[in-house]
Write a protein that binds this ligand. Structure first.
Ligand SMILES: Nc1ncnc2c1ncn2[C@@H]1O[C@H](COP(=O)(O)OP(=O)(O)O)[C@@H](O)[C@H]1O
Ligand SMILES: *[C@@H]1O[C@H](CO)[C@@H](O)[C@H](O)[C@H]1NC(C)=O
Ligand SMILES: *[C@@H]1O[C@H](CO)[C@@H](O)[C@H](O)[C@H]1NC(C)=O
Ligand SMILES: *[C@@H]1O[C@H](CO)[C@@H](O)[C@H](O)[C@H]1NC(C)=O
Length: 333
């Protein structure tokens, strides 16, 4: 009996959450069911309503490893760093500070994609979890003139959300375009404080995404390519000079002399390499699979051939990485 009622409520919830437009009969049925099952529905509701506990937040270590190894293409340097950084942090019961990752590389190389993977392997609800926050300057901080408002708003958001759930994740896209003042408002949360006004930020994850430094990374990747060495020969130490804090001071725009950089608040600087033709093909195949299409090599080649590759005339790296593939595939199938 209990089980049956549970499934009824489950069905009810399912209907409520998937059907946007109700016909009168559905509404009548739901109201009828609702009035008799209300107390139980209330109990079961908790099962669907995301909470900040181990039912909803649970680190899936093999899942993250597998996503990074199988879904992320062409990033042999970023992939193991991300894995070790996140796994080490999530398995440490008493981290000394929040995890701060700084992902750098050109557009469409997988920076947002990786942030989503991290969310998908920490939150049961994945990237639609209420504990996963993505900020973009176009949407969240569009007007330079309102910077003071944004600063206090952002502080309130971070404080409010971490108070509600210590295991919150905050992603800042295109930080090279953000106003430097915004960073001044965030950096206190990234440090080793035990608590700030009664709130501890040590279990939070902050992920900064940046296109700055991309041209230096590309230059190094191109040097390897031109001297006939394979991409996989590129090691982190080859890129360290252009991605670490010493590289920031004169070219990071919004991060110019930012405390974020000066105070060593970043745990890991992670380079994303520009993607080559073969990686673009892999992205197209992945997209075809995601749409349940049979993977068609001719179509994939046509799509890839129409993308912009640089530098001329060698056409080694995709200018938009894998970014436009999702939208473009419609025109080729
Ligand atoms: N390295 C990659 N491996 C697999 N797919 C990728 C990769 N880079 C980009 N993509 C695809 O392109 C889309 C856009 O990439 P995104 O992560 O948003 O780029 P950015 O580096 O600009 O944040 C992703 O959602 C993913 O589908
Ligand atoms: C969540 O991930 C899906 C698929 O990867 C993507 O289409 C969607 O935009 C993401 N949602 C958010 C809120 O980032
Ligand atoms: C949490 O962050 C979001 C932005 O992602 C914001 O809209 C919301 O108000 C914040 N919640 C609290 C309690 O501050
Ligand atoms: C693809 O097929 C799987 C299993 O058959 C299904 O669960 C999924 O919803 C389908 N995806 C699309 C986009 O049709």
């Amino acid at each position: 009996m209990k089980a049956r009622v549970f499934y009824l409520s489950l069905l009810m919830f399912w209907t409520l959450s998937t059907v946007n437009t109700f016909d009168p009969l559905t509404v009548a049925l739901l109201v009828g069911a609702g009035s008799t099952l209300a107390p139980l529905a209330w109990v079961t509701w908790g099962h669907f309503n995301e909470r900040c506990d181990s039912t909803w937040i649970h680190f899936n270590e093999p899942g993250l490893r597998s996503d990074l190894e199988n879904k992320l293409v062409g990033q042999h340097i970023a992939s193991p760093i991300i894995f070790k950084a996140v796994a080490g942090f999530m398995k440490n019961p008493h981290p000394r500070k929040p995890l701060v990752l700084f992902l750098q590389g050109s557009t469409g190389t997988g920076k947002n994609f990786v942030a989503q993977m991290i969310a998908n392997n920490i939150y049961k609800k994945g990237n639609v979890s209420q504990f996963f926050h993505v900020f973009t300057y176009q949407l969240d901080f569009p007007h330079q003139s309102q910077i003071e408002t944004y600063k206090s708003q952002l502080q309130q958001w971070i404080k409010g959300n971490v108070s509600r759930c210590a295991h919150s994740i905050f992603v800042f896209d295109e930080v090279d375009k953000l106003h430097p003042g915004l960073f001044d408002s965030i950096y206190p949360y990234l440090d080793h404080h035990n608590q700030l006004q009664g709130v501890s930020y040590k279990n939070a994850i902050f992920i900064f995404l940046s296109n700055a430094g991309a041209s230096d990374i590309t230059k190094i990747a191109l040097d390897f390519w031109q001297s006939g060495r394979t991409r996989e020969d590129i090691k982190l130490k080859d890129l360290e000079k252009v991605i670490s804090q010493s590289a920031f001071n004169d070219k990071m725009g919004g991060l110019w002399h930012s405390p974020l950089i000066d105070r060593n608040l970043v745990n890991f600087y992670v380079p994303f390499l520009p993607l080559e033709y073969k990686h673009v093909l892999q992205c197209v195949f992945a997209e075809m699979k995601a749409r349940n299409l049979s993977t068609n090599g001719d179509i994939a080649k046509q799509l890839a051939d129409d993308l912009v590759f640089y530098p001329n005339p060698m056409r080694v790296f995709s200018a938009q990485g894998c970014k436009t593939i999702h939208a473009r595939l419609d025109f080729y199938i």
